[in-house]
Design a protein around this ligand. Structure first.
Ligand code: HMG
Ligand code: MG
Length: 284
């Protein structure tokens, strides 16, 4: 049997969030519908964060109402706090992503709170996501390198993972927010993590600033990781990580997976249509 790899398409959220030119709600809807038609198993549609912090995604409710939802695709929304969680539930999400960091400075810049402060927000959200039976994935940004603090030690990441697991999180996505982790760095941290927890709990979220993301996800696949975040066309960056480029492109991840004999369920020709479409919108 061919082993599946679940690609989490984050282009509509991570890819678009730092683009300053206005992108219309209709264009976002078309992009997301093309991703659904390509067979993406999971799409992070948008975020319910403060529109003052991330103006590009201020139309999150409208986008969520307009997109066509397919039963075979998981639609996820990124939420920072209980307000965001409540809005996601009101907008028909059964899957949400919460986020924190291994670096204190990045956490402050990204969420205006310490890592502890992030966990206070998660504690506040916890009863609601339990009661509503939501699927919750969590991002840990800056697992290897922070744009403000430099190298991050494995013990900081381990601490955050343990705290997330204590909250009953379903999946933890390990973020190379600035794309500076080398393959050796990735292998080193993954070996420590996988000595302690089952591989099924983890996904990789690699930004491709220095073109190491493809090699890094290959290392992840080699140690058994079967969930990879990526962005069609490799669009985007992070508004709070200066200089960081987009995620590894979904086209590249699909190619690597198919070359290595994994099944992604994604139709590459249809995916390319989505990539060409959003790139043409961004460049217009
Ligand atoms: P805050 O300013 O510290 O706190 O924001 P607040 O709770 O006092 O709220 C301030 C204002 O935001 C208020 O409005 C709230 O109502 C509003 P005002 O009274 O000023 O008009 N507000 C909200 N509005 C809509 N939805 C909400 C919400 N919450 C508060 N959920 C907060 C704290 C976290 C909300 C803010 O810092 C924020 O929104 N930050 C955005 C962070 C973000 O989206 N970053 C990018 C995504 S993370 C990422 O890209 C990394 C990742 O890709 C992994 C990786 O690559 O490493 C995931
Ligand atoms: Mg990211």
């Amino acid at each position: 049997m061919i082993e599946p790899v679940r690609i989490v398409e984050v282009g509509p959220r991570d890819g678009l969030q730092s683009i300053s030119q206005p992108i219309s709600t209709e264009n976002k809807k078309t992009y997301i519908d093309l991703l659904t038609e390509a067979g993406c198993p999971e799409i992070e549609v948008t975020s319910f964060v403060s529109p003052k912090w991330v103006p590009q995604l201020a139309d999150a409710k409208e986008v969520s109402a307009l997109i066509k939802r397919d039963d075979d695709t998981i639609y996820t929304a990124l939420v920072p706090n209980k307000t965001g969680l409540e809005t996601a539930i009101d907008n028909q999400y059964q899957s949400v992503a919460i986020f924190t960091a291994a670096s204190e400075t990045f956490s402050q810049k990204n969420t205006n709170a310490s890592i502890k402060g992030n966990f206070e927000r998660f504690e506040d959200m916890h009863p609601l996501w339990k009661e509503t039976n939501l699927r919750v994935r969590a991002y840990i940004s800056t697992c290897w390198v922070c744009p403000y603090e430099g190298d991050i030690g494995a013990e900081a990441v381990i601490k955050v993972i343990q705290d997330l697991i204590d909250l009953g999180i379903h999946e933890i996505s390990l973020g190379d927010t600035v794309g500076k982790a080398t393959p050796d760095d990735v292998e080193y941290l993954l070996n420590i993590i996988l000595d302690n927890w089952p591989v099924e709990l983890f996904a990789l979220h690699m930004h491709d600033t220095y073109k190491m993301a493809a090699e890094n996800i290959t290392i992840g696949l080699g140690v058994g990781i079967r969930a990879i975040d990526s962005s069609t066309g490799g669009i985007g960056g992070c508004p709070y990580a200066p200089g960081a480029k987009g995620n590894i492109s979904t086209e590249t991840v699909v190619r690597i997976c198919h070359e290595q004999g994994f099944d992604t369920g994604i139709n590459i020709d249809k995916l390319k249509l989505a990539g060409t479409y959003i790139q043409s919108i961004i460049q217009s």
